[in-house]
Design a protein around this ligand. Structure first.
Ligand SMILES: [Zn+2]
Ligand SMILES: [Zn+2]
Length: 280
C-alpha cells in the first residue's frame, strides 16, 4: 500500500517561494492498494493527481473511489480541474461523502454554474456516481473504511482505512476541546500505522485567536497520536502563513514529545507495511 500526498495546505493555496518545499496545494491524499485507487479530498492537489494519473494510465481507463471530508473550498477546489473526469467514458469515479449539509452532486453543479466557471458538468465524459456515507463502516473491495464526524464548523468527516497491508487514518479539520469529539477521534486513530492529522496552528496561535475556527495544532496532534496508540503522526493541513522554516521548527519541537512525527509535503510517499518496505 502506498500513501501519496498531492496537497497538504489548509484554507487556501499558497504558491509562494517560502512554502514550496512542503507545498502550496490544498488537501488531497491518495491511497493505492494494488490496482485500486482511493482519494481523500479534492483540494487543488486533486488537479495534480489528475495530471499524474493521465501520465501513468495513458489510454487505459482510470477508476477511483474519491472520499470528500466536507465542502469547504480547500477540499473541493480541484474538482472542476481534475482532467480524468473529462477524458473518456471508460474512466469511472465513485464519490463518497455525507450529504448531511448538501449533496456533492449539487455542490459540484453549483461550483461549476454560471458565472463561476465556464465549463458545464455535462462536458465531463467519464462515468461518475455519488454515494452518501454517514458515520459507520463501509466495505469496498479489499478495504474497510470507518468514518467519524469531527469537530468543525458545518461538519467534517474523518476516515480510517483498514487494509491487510496496514491502517491509515485521515483526520483533518478537527478542533480539540469537545469531550465527545476528542474521544471519537482517538478511537478512529486507535493503533493506526499512519495518522494524518490537522496541525494547522501553533499552540500559541490557537490559544490567542483561533478558538472556534475548527482546527487543531501540533501539540494536540501529538496528544492524539500518543493517546490513540497510532504509530506515526503526519502533520497535515498546514496554515497558509506557515513557511517551510516554520513547519521545520514545528516538526523538530514535536519530535521532542514523540519521535515518529513528519510533516506532510507535496509528493511525499509512504509505503506500508513498514517492515516490507524496509526490506526492499
Ligand atoms: Zn480545510
Ligand atoms: Zn474545513
Amino acid at each position: 500500500m502506498r500513501v501519496k500526498f498531492w496537497g497538504v495546505r489548509g484554507s487556501t493555496p499558497t504558491p509562494h517561494a517560502e512554502n514550496m518545499r512542503y507545498g502550496g496545494n490544498t488537501s488531497c491524499v491518495e491511497v493505492r492498494l494494488g490496482d485500486e485507487i482511493y482519494v481523500f479530498d479534492c483540494g487543488t492537489g486533486f488537479r495534480s493527481l489528475g495530471m499524474g494519473l493521465r501520465h501513468e494510465f495513458g489510454p487505459r481507463p482510470v477508476r477511483a473511489h474519491v472520499f470528500v471530508s466536507h465542502f469547504h473550498w480547500d477540499h473541493i477546489q480541484g474538482l472542476p480541474f481534475f482532467g480524468p473526469l473529462y477524458d473518456k467514458p471508460e474512466n469511472k469515479f465513485i464519490f463518497h461523502c455525507s450529504s448531511r449539509t448538501r449533496s456533492l452532486k449539487s455542490v459540484l453543479e453549483e461550483q461549476m454554474a454560471t458565472p463561476y466557471f465556464p465549463v458545464a458538468m455535462t462536458e465531463m465524459k467519464s462515468q461518475y456516481d455519488f454515494y452518501n456515507i454517514e458515520e459507520g463502516k463501509l466495505k469496498l473491495d479489499d478495504i474497510t473504511i470507518k468514518t467519524a464526524w469531527l469537530n468543525h464548523p458545518q461538519g467534517c468527516m474523518g476516515f480510517r482505512i483498514e487494509t491487510k497491508e496496514g491502517v491509515v487514518v485521515y483526520a483533518t479539520d478537527n478542533e480539540p476541546g469537545d469531550a465527545a469529539f476528542d474521544k471519537s477521534v482517538r478511537k478512529l486513530a486507535e493503533g493506526a500505522d499512519i495518522l494524518i492529522y490537522d496541525a494547522q496552528y501553533l499552540p500559541e496561535e490557537y490559544a490567542a485567536r483561533r478558538r472556534g475556527w475548527g482546527h487543531s495544532h501540533w501539540r494536540e496532534a501529538v496528544n492524539v497520536v500518543m493517546e490513540s496508540g497510532a504509530k506515526e503522526l503526519i502533520l497535515f493541513h498546514h496554515d497558509p502563513e506557515h513557511t517551510d522554516a516554520c513547519i521545520d521548527s514545528v516538526v523538530k519541537e514535536a519530535r521532542n514529545h514523540y519521535p515518529k512525527v513528519r510533516a506532510a509535503a507535496e509528493g511525499m510517499e509512504i509505503n506500508l507495511p513498514f517492515s516490507a518496505a524496509a526490506k526492499k
